[in-house]
Ligand binder design. Structure first.
Ligand code: AMP
Ligand code: MN
Ligand code: MN
Ligand code: MN
Length: 283
């Protein structure tokens, strides 16, 4: 692929197959209309939208990488690992993701029980109503239900007041291990990237350990330019990518036109001195 202008790659977003609100086809059209050249749909723990996303991208003449965002528990915290360029029919990753999704329904029922204690009833059914994929009921669906009920004015406030640690609707959950997630991605022929490293509640020492361990087990990149980072964090994680020898990724983490601050493809370009993650992939 040769281009004179910087490549507009958006390698992180969500459809109704996880906690986004648009179909893979509508996302593809939106990405294309926003000037995206290389796109990846990265639903949480789920590959069910990949065939549709690929077909839609192809029909629009847009390059596509199969993707996923895997929920991982590391040092007692949830972190997200993006897999790019995977074979979406690989049985190993399909089975691993199926197991990762398994606990979601039970967690959702426990969340609803907790919310009932603070006077919010019907949250399980309410959240399920917002979930396009009943195997993938997520905190985001609870957030949309609570906004609909008038409990909070937007999903940001629901998370802050109800759905994060030490708040009434939070239920701790054990996701996949980091080693398993990276192994599934590699076995499926893809590359593993740490999603939005600026978002985790890990201290500097723990982050250092995360980067070193991730590198040791074959992780290749980190997200530098993401809708989840502030401009200051673009600088910080650009330096971290260089320091640890990681390739850099770029993605909006788009979920919904009203909820997401950054639209598909509408982010700053990767700084020139960083190696883009797509240079490791056959596009
Ligand atoms: P889950 O995988 O069910 O725990 O849900 C995680 C999802 O919740 C993330 O992928 C985001 O889409 C969303 N999320 C997490 N924290 C926030 C927040 N502070 N504000 C809005 N959405 C959030
Ligand atoms: Mn999400
Ligand atoms: Mn994430
Ligand atoms: Mn995401």
């Amino acid at each position: 692929m040769t281009r004179l202008s910087p490549l507009n790659a958006d390698l992180h977003c969500h459809s109704v197959v996880s906690d986004g609100t648009l179909s893979p086809e509508v996302l593809a059209e939106r990405a294309h209309a926003n000037g995206v050249h290389l796109w990846a749909l990265t639903d949480h723990d789920e590959l069910g939208g990949q065939a549709r996303a690929l077909a839609a991208a192809r029909a629009l003449g847009m390059d596509y990488l199969s993707g996923v965002e895997i929920s991982v528990t590391w040092m007692g915290q949830t972190i997200h690992i993006v897999g790019l360029g995977i074979d979406a029919a690989h049985v190993g990753i399909l089975e691993g993701l199926r197991r990762t999704r398994e606990g979601r329904s039970n967690r959702a029922k426990l969340m609803a029980e907790q919310l009932l204690k603070v006077g919010i009833s019907g949250a399980y059914e309410g959240a399920l109503h917002f979930a396009g994929n009943h195997d993938l009921i997520s905190r985001t669906h609870f957030a949309r239900f609570l906004v609909e009920q008038g409990v909070c004015r937007d999903t940001e406030h629901v998370f802050k007041n109800y759905l994060i640690e030490d708040k009434p609707g939070f239920v701790p959950h054990l996701w996949a291990s980091l080693d398993d997630a990276v192994a599934w991605i590699k076995a499926a022929g893809g590359v593993a990237v740490i999603a939005h490293p600026g978002r985790y509640s890990l201290n500097d020492l723990q982050m250092d350990e995360l980067f070193k361990h991730f590198k040791e087990i074959g992780g290749l990149g980190i997200e530098v330019i993401t809708g989840s980072h502030s401009p200051d964090q673009y600088q910080t994680y650009g330096k971290i990518a260089q320091h640890y020898g990681f390739m850099a990724s770029r993605g909006s983490d788009f979920h919904d036109p009203d909820e997401s601050h950054i639209d598909l493809g509408r982010l700053p370009h990767l700084p020139d001195h960083l190696t883009p993650i797509w240079s490791a992939l056959q596009v």
